[in-house]
Design a protein around this ligand. Structure first.
Ligand code: GTP
Ligand code: MG
Length: 132
């Protein structure tokens, strides 16, 4: 059983997509272990996206992720990390397949609805970062 860190981004929370997204996660046989709605401070977002700090769009990510509340979660299940990445779809919603969360609900590469850890190692780091 793996655990992964998932975050519903401000656009989806604002648009009341939280329930739809949770439904898709649970229908895949994954379990919501922890869940909390909260606002992120700028410093935490900068640490979380540090691997993109030298990109021209880094400021847009920070502005977007602090633009309103997010819903953060720990999700568990068999192959939870890769299963969630498949369920989420490609980073750019224009490339995300229909049937994926981003493919069905997102239109914008920055405001792309959901975050999911990209490896088991990063999942552990991110769960500690956001839930302590
Ligand atoms: P996350 O689950 O959010 O970490 O997305 P990811 O793992 O699919 O992609 P990555 O970690 O490479 O990028 C993190 C976030 O930066 C993405 O989810 C986007 O919101 C944003 N991002 C990535 N590439 C671009 C880009 O080319 N332009 C803009 N504006 N934002 C981008
Ligand atoms: Mg990522």
């Amino acid at each position: 059983i793996e655990k992964t860190f998932i975050m519903i981004k401000p656009d989806a929370v604002r648009d009341r997509k939280t329930g739809l997204i949770i439904d898709r996660i649970e229908r895949c046989g994954l379990t919501i272990e922890k869940m909390e709605k909260c606002e992120l401070d700028e410093d935490l977002v900068k640490v979380h996206y540090a691997h993109l700090a030298d990109k021209p769009f880094f400021g847009d990510i920070v502005d977007f992720m602090t633009s309103g509340p997010v819903v953060k979660m720990v999700v568990s299940g068999l192959s939870a990390v890769s299963k969630m990445r498949t369920l989420m779809g490609a980073t750019n919603p224009l490339d995300a397949a229909p049937g994926t969360i981003r493919g069905d609900f997102a239109n914008d590469v920055n405001a792309n609805i959901i975050h999911g850890s990209d490896s088991l190692e990063n999942a552990a780091i991110e769960i500690e970062r956001f839930f302590g």
